[in-house]
Design a binder for this molecule. Structure first.
Ligand code: NI
Length: 164
């Protein structure tokens, strides 16, 4: 396992639409292990493969007090409601934004064994899933800000928001 360097905006890999994974082989399992280690090292609560320079549709999530998991070829199939959240991104250090996310989301994808899974999520887990699925589509949370004032500069020691 290895902690990988995290790509920082405006790195072009963050703006690519990542490719679907066709074969969930050993290289994907290794990527997932390295992404989990990188996420914990940062620390963050989620990470998408483009953030470590790999343009594939793979995400990992690690919400406090829940088991870490990875999703391959994740897709949002349904969203419900709307709420305002604070959000940070490991690829945009030193900033936090206020934006609207869904109250709940239903996501589907494959787990590392290739099994199709469907997850219904609320709160931080829903936010993390939306944020990471945005990453594999080349979207950053800053694209979703409604006003310039909704982005604030912060000291790294003051980070309390979700870093994804
Ligand atoms: Ni992010």
């Amino acid at each position: 396992m290895a902690v990988l360097p995290i790509r920082i905006a405006p790195d072009p890999v963050l703006r690519q639409k990542a490719k679907r994974v066709r074969n969930i082989d050993g290289s994907i399992h290794k990527l997932i292990k390295d992404m989990l280690e990188t996420m914990h090292d940062a620390p963050g609560v989620g990470l998408a493969a483009p953030q470590v320079g790999v343009p594939l549709r793979v995400i990992v999530i690690g919400i406090p007090e829940q088991e870490d998991f990875a999703l391959i070829n994740p897709e949002v199939v349904k969203t419900k409601g709307e709420r305002v959240v604070s959000e940070g991104c490991l690829s945009i250090p030193g900033y936090v934004g206020q934006l609207k996310r869904a109250e709940s989301v239903t996501v589907k994808g494959r787990d590392p064994s290739g099994k199709e899974v469907r997850i219904k999520a609320e709160e931080l887990l829903a936010q993390a899933l939306e944020h990471e699925i945005d990453h594999v589509n080349g979207i950053l949370y800053t694209d979703r800000l409604e006003r310039e004032e909704d982005l604030k500069k912060i000291e790294p020691k003051d980070v309390k928001e979700a870093e994804l």
